[in-house]
Design a protein around this ligand. Structure first.
Ligand SMILES: Cc1cc2nc3c(=O)[nH]c(=O)nc-3n(C[C@H](O)[C@H](O)[C@H](O)COP(=O)(O)O)c2cc1C
Length: 199
């Protein structure tokens, strides 16, 4: 099966990079066809130009390639840190430009765009791995877990991906090496559990 892994973290020595590597290695062991994108390494251009907004717009080749890949993916894994309760801007830009009408969703015939969109992604499952420096209870009670709403409801459910799993690892800044090793093993386990049956 084709699985896309999208990473947004500028530091190659970060725990996010280790998480993405663990996911890619687990998928490769399961013999999935993995497409890995380090958005900072690619210098993905986050700004959505006006001309790309309409459905069916001409797209630059690098954006077209991302769109084709996400449309064909059987599974998607996203890895990023919690930055102000949001994904890093480079990943927000990837969502803006790649999860586009006609690729990730569309409106039903006769709907001018005011209705409920129909998801187009064929991916059966998505996993989001996040990291943060906020305790779980504070993230939930004070901030309302914005990343859960963004990825589960606003993006994957809307785009038709019904099976969604997300894990926020933290607190990273005070974590020990043993804890991070355990988190990487947990991430591998989630990948295996989610995509093991899709091979
Ligand atoms: C621009 C920026 C914004 C951040 N905002 C938050 C935040 O809102 N909540 C939080 O818990 N941590 C926040 N952090 C901390 C990161 O989430 C943390 O450094 C990261 O998850 C640790 O993983 P890493 O070692 O892979 O970088 C922020 C960090 C940066 C650089």
């Amino acid at each position: 099966m084709k699985i896309s892994v999208i990473l947004a973290h500028p530091d190659k020595g970060s725990f996010n990079h280790a998480l993405a590597e663990a996911a890619v290695s687990e998928l490769t062991e399961m013999r999935h066809a993995v497409s890995f994108h380090d958005l900072y390494e690619e210098r993905f251009e986050a700004i959505l130009p006006a001309g790309e907004i309409p459905k069916g717009a001409d797209l630059p080749p690098e954006v077209r390639a991302h769109c084709d890949e996400v449309a064909e993916a059987d599974g998607i894994i996203i890895v990023h840190p919690n930055w102000w309760g949001q994904p890093p801007a480079i990943l927000k830009g990837w969502v803006d430009r790649v999860m586009r009408p006609g690729v990730a969703y569309e409106f039903a015939e006769g709907d001018g765009g005011e209705g409920v969109p129909v998801g187009l992604l064929k991916a059966k499952a998505a996993i989001v791995f996040n990291t943060s420096n906020t305790a779980e209870a504070r993230e939930r009670e004070v901030f309302g877990e914005p990343l859960e709403a963004i990825w589960r409801s606003c993006i994957f459910d809307l785009c038709g991906v019904r099976e969604f799993r997300r894990r926020m690892f933290g607190v990273v800044v005070t974590s020990t090496l043993d804890q991070r090793k355990a988190w990487l093993a947990e991430a591998r386990g989630m990948v295996r559990e989610c995509f093991g049956g899709l091979g």
